[in-house]
Design a protein. Structure first.
Length: 289
């Protein structure tokens, strides 16, 4: 359950329909070219919150068929609709996913007891382990160290996808919870997170930059910080270019430039303009170089 996990992209055709063939190609690219340690399936990078329940199940099925037992699979099943989350948790567990993950319930200002009950309701319904998905910038939900202690008291809640820039909290959590799994969720801060003792990382850009992410992670674990920092600089140059051009759309275009039928993003996400497509080709070229 440790190492570099790609937050998997999902392919859609020009009309926004799920493209199973393209999605399989993205999976294969991650396995065979990026050599990642695992896949985080149906997260926000996979446009999960734009999918129906049936489509989410289809993605889980496609990925498991392509991967088998080759790498670790984490199924993101979180939803504001608790019954859907439980249904997806059961489905992914039946398919053989190694662990579950669930974004904190969002939009409504749920209190901590409601959040705790949400996670307990999911894990008590299945024979599987849970990775909390903390991303306060998008959910508005913060969890402090005392609250994490309460969550981790449940034997099936074993870790967190830590997508926040609060590295003081990260350091405190690593010290307080040495046995829990902590995954860094910000690709641009992989190096400092690794220095603080994370168990792995889950990121969008690993669809095209997984090999360099593994280098950063491995070098930092070995104490070769200057070498890791140089690669992090290159990685952050890439991330800056992706963000300026349109993150998810540009990653898909870079994949296409590398022969992967990654398709398009689902509306209301927009297609790239002509100049953005040209920039995506430039990014793909510099990434190869």
């Amino acid at each position: 359950m440790k190492g570099i996990f790609t937050a998997l992209m999902v392919a859609f055709d020009e009309d926004g329909k799920l493209d199973s063939v393209g999605t399989r190609e993205i999976v294969k690219h991650n396995l065979n070219t990026q050599n990642i340690d695992g896949l985080y399936v149906n997260g926000s990078t996979g446009e999960n919150f734009l999918l129906s329940t049936a489509e989410k199940k289809e993605v889980f099925k496609i990925v498991k068929e392509e991967v088998g037992d080759a790498v670790t699979l984490i199924a993101q099943i979180g939803s504001n609709h608790l019954n859907e989350a439980i249904e997806l948790a059961k489905y992914a567990t039946e398919l053989g996913y190694d662990a579950l993950s669930a974004v904190t319930p969002y939009y409504y200002k749920f209190d901590f007891q409601e959040i705790k009950d949400y996670y307990h309701s999911i894990v008590d319904a299945v024979d599987n382990e849970m990775i909390i998905y903390l991303i306060p910038a998008l959910t508005g939900v913060d969890i402090d160290i005392k609250e994490f202690s309460e969550l981790f008291a449940h034997e099936k809640i074993v870790g967190v996808k830590f997508t926040t820039g609060d590295f003081y909290l990260l350091e405190r959590m690593r010290k307080e919870f040495p046995e829990q799994l902590i995954y860094a969720g910000f690709d641009e801060m992989l190096l400092p997170a690794t220095v603080l003792g994370i168990d792995g990382a889950i990121g969008s850009t690993y669809n095209i930059n997984g090999k360099r992410a593994k280098q950063i992670y491995t070098l930092a674990k070995e104490g070769r910080i200057e070498e890791a920092r140089d690669i992090q600089h290159d990685t952050n140059d890439l991330i800056t270019a992706l963000l300026e051009n349109g993150l998810y759309q540009t990653i898909k275009e870079v994949l296409k430039e590398n022969g992967v039928a990654a398709g398009y993003c689902r509306p209301p996400m927009k297609k790239l303009a002509k100049e953005q497509l040209e920039q995506a080709k430039h990014i793909a070229k510099t990434l190869v170089e």
